[in-house]
Design a protein. Structure first.
Length: 51
C-alpha cells in the first residue's frame, strides 16, 4: 500500500504536470476520500496554482 501512495504523492508534487491535469488528479483523490493522506501536499499545490 505504501508504494501506490508514494506514486500519487509524486504525481501531486510533480512540477512538470499541467495545472489542469493536476487539478483533475486532486479532484479524483478527493472523490476517492483519500485527501487525509495528502492534505498538506494538496494544500501546498493549490496555493501554488492559485497564487
Amino acid at each position: 500500500m505504501e508504494q501506490p501512495k508514494e506514486q500519487v504523492r509524486r504525481l501531486i508534487l510533480n512540477p512538470a504536470i499541467d495545472s489542469n491535469e493536476k487539478l483533475s488528479l486532486i479532484y479524483y483523490v478527493y472523490r476517492l476520500g483519500l485527501t487525509y493522506l495528502f492534505s498538506k501536499d494538496i494544500d501546498s499545490q493549490l496555493d501554488k496554482l492559485f497564487n
